[in-house]
Design a protein around this ligand. Structure first.
Ligand code: DX5
Ligand code: ZN
Length: 222
């Protein structure tokens, strides 16, 4: 079976105990830590910046998967790279010169990712697909944790899987938003191989480790 990635999103973490929760994620076998950066402009919420990425970098050795929901992202790429981001993912809706932005992320020594909102067509990403390390499909409207998965995003995941198989088979196809035991099998079957999860993991009744293990087990049963 090919490798799959579980990436807890710290948006749902307890920020008074962030370091301890990251250690718990790492011990429970999380693969990446997903960091949601929101600017109150591109999305209707404000979250964290490079300072928290730097704190995460000190608390865990897991790759930091930084999802920028900010406009324009170019101004802050260097700050996030210096803070310790392993990958930086930008929204196609925020980049006038997406090709240049992807080149810039790579030149800073980070993996480059691109993402799109639920209402944005896959077509807009096609020209850049051969150049990216990661494609993220938003399966909710970005801005908040704990929202309901939008099933109308499944055909987009399938379409991107077909395109990536042809144009860039080693790039990760990641999904973000409303991932739970119900939705995980659907997005996995559609072709995703990296799974962000905030609410399900951090608010799991038996704790973070149990949440990660439940998702891992659901993947292994596929
Ligand atoms: C949404 C964020 C997500 C969010 C996912 O804007 O990009 O990463 O944290 O959280 P859940 O898994 O709670 O939907
Ligand atoms: Zn995210």
């Amino acid at each position: 079976m090919s490798r799959t990635i579980i990436a807890p999103s710290i948006l749902s973490a307890d920020f008074t105990r962030l370091g301890a929760q990251l250690i718990e994620c790492e011990s429970a076998g999380a693969d990446w830590i997903h960091v949601d950066v929101m600017d109150g402009h591109f999305v209707p919420n404000i979250t964290v910046g490079p300072l928290i990425v730097e704190a995460c970098r000190q608390a865990t050795s897991l790759p930091l998967d930084v999802h920028l929901m900010i406009e324009p992202p170019e101004r802050y790429l260097e700050a996030f790279a210096q803070a310790g981001a392993s990958s930086i993912t930008v929204h196609v809706e925020t980049c006038t010169h997406l090709h240049r932005t992807i080149q810039r992320i790579k030149s800073l020594g980070c993996q480059a990712g691109v993402t799109l909102n639920p209402a944005t067509p896959v077509l807009l990403l096609e020209p850049i697909l051969p150049l990216v390390d990661l494609v993220l499909v938003l399966t909710v409207n970005p801005g908040f944790g704990g929202q309901q998965f939008l099933p109308e995003t499944l055909p987009k995941i399938r379409e991107l899987r077909r395109l990536l198989d042809r144009l860039n088979p080693t790039a990760w196809l990641e999904v973000d938003g409303g991932i739970s035991l119900n939705t995980l099998p659907q997005v996995h079957a559609a072709g995703a191989n990296a799974f962000v999860s905030g609410n399900f993991i951090f608010h799991h009744p038996q704790g973070i480790s149990a949440g990660i293990q439940a998702l891992r087990q659901a993947l292994s049963q596929e």
